[in-house]
Design a protein around this ligand. Structure first.
Ligand code: ZN
Length: 445
């Protein structure tokens, strides 16, 4: 199957007849911080020039890309309304007016079949305040979508659960939105995009006196960034990666809080910074994040199934960077963590019988974390996706070190994710300090 790059097609035909169920969400928005965003957008609410044109990526066989554009409508009563996907992280494949103030929006994944983690993100504004109905038609959705709103793309509010009336598996939800001249972002979750993660990397690296470097480029030419904390420490490494899968911002929250905890040098982390280096690769799949893809790279491959084929430049770049670390004189890699998000908090640990070192790390770490959260049963399993070529499998089989997939719930409150991630970091430092013998270099006679 070869999909058109981004040619016009009728979004409604594609999903027509398959739609059932109606969810109603009323999103009430204040007018706070609208002016700042208005100015940031050039104040041109109905102009396609309000957002800079995006260079369309090269077509890849089998990958469905969205057409980047603004849809402008006459909403009656002298009101003009526009909906657009001209921003990084957007996913909106089509839009049509089905009533004066009612619009059907198509959201489709980059390819099918696909893991049912639907992502959508759009922006809407009108010439005068009005209430509109958005009928969001999500192809291939088997899980319940949500609606979050933001004026600045940073601070988000979820539509209250009480205002949803549909069931999981519904392919259409209806959102009632109070639209104003200031743009409102609506997305299936809080967005943490390339700019935000890159800025975070720059800040953390600067605070730590290290630099952010590119370890390679994605299919779309975007740099894959990395930095290393404690570069003066012996070459005893911990590797942290994230965002193989685009619609998993909870994983990014966990990664950031985990790394920020390791930056600190209080008593709880005494000595860790002197003994271990931490290499952080916050965004493995920047193209997928930019395109609002549900799962894949721009090449149409799930990167966390590519740790054997290495068909994608993204996985090759990360692999080569880690192997380069491992090849340094005296280097030892002790742990590789891969941050994701799913429907709950869960840890996927190395397959049973994996010959990894430190052999006792995983159990000691799980026990240590569990002891810090006595009122919650920590969920973990060693038998998830054993037949798939995931990063954690590659870590165990090639690096011979524990690889752990750290999953946070997409709807887990960020404060809870932060609290857990900090404990993950603290217990990790304790266990590694205990289980990793100090490497005394052989003296040269
Ligand atoms: Zn994932």
């Amino acid at each position: 199957m070869v999909a058109p790059k981004h040619g016009p097609r009728d979004p409604v035909d594609r999903v027509g007849g398959r739609l059932g169920g109606v969810l109603s969400v009323v999103l009430a928005f204040g007018l706070a911080f609208g002016l700042a965003f208005w100015l940031a957008c050039g104040g041109a609410w109905l102009s396609t020039a309000a957002a800079a044109p995006m260079t369309p990526p090269e077509p890849v066989a089998g990958v469905e890309l969205q057409e980047r554009r603004v849809w402008t409508f006459d909403a009656g009563s002298g009101i003009q309304l526009c909906i657009d996907n001209l921003f990084s992280g957007a996913r909106l494949n089509g839009c049509e007016q089905v009533g004066p103030k009612e619009f059907r929006l198509l959201v489709a994944p980059e390819r099918e079949p696909i893991n049912p983690s639907p992502w959508y993100a759009l922006r809407i504004r009108s010439s005068k305040p009005c209430e509109v109905t958005l009928r969001l038609a999500i192809a291939t959705a088997t899980v319940r979508p949500r609606a979050w709103a933001s004026r600045d793309g940073r601070r988000w509010t979820m539509a209250p659960d009480s205002q949803w009336t549909g069931e999981p598996g519904d392919r259409e939800c209806t959102i009632k939105v109070s639209v104003v001249p200031d743009p409102i972002f609506i997305a299936s979750n809080r967005m943490i995009g390339i700019d935000e993660l890159d800025a975070w990397s720059t800040r953390v690296a600067m605070e730590s006196g290290v630099s952010v470097e590119s370890i390679g480029r994605s299919t779309g030419g975007r740099p894959i960034l990395a930095f290393t904390l404690n570069p003066q420490a012996p070459p005893d490494h911990v590797i942290v990666i994230g965002r193989q899968h685009p619609p998993e911002p909870s994983g990014s929250v966990g990664l950031m809080k985990f790394v920020e905890r390791l930056q600190q040098s209080d008593a709880a982390l005494a000595g860790f910074g002197k003994r271990f280096r931490v290499t952080v690769i916050p965004m493995v799949n920047p193209d997928g994040v930019h395109e609002g893809q549900w799962r894949c790279t721009l090449g149409g491959i799930d990167p966390n199934r590519d740790w054997h084929e290495f068909s994608q430049p993204e996985t090759r770049a990360v692999r080569d960077a880690i192997l380069a670390l491992a090849a340094q004189p005296g280097a030892r890699i002790h742990l590789l963590l891969d941050f994701h998000a799913t429907d709950r908090d869960v840890l996927y640990t190395p397959a049973p019988g994996s010959a990894v070192e430190p052999a006792g790390f995983v159990q000691a770490w799980l026990d240590g974390v569990q002891a810090r959260f006595p009122r919650e049963k920590l969920e973990s399993t060693a038998s998830h996706n054993l037949d798939q070529w995931t990063f954690k499998r590659w870590a165990a089989e090639t690096i011979k070190a524990p690889g752990i997939t750290v999953e946070f719930g997409s709807l887990t409150p960020h404060e809870r994710i932060a609290a857990k991630a900090r404990v993950f970091a603290e217990v990790m430092t304790e266990v590694l300090a205990t289980q990793v013998p100090v490497d005394v270099p052989a003296t040269v006679p």
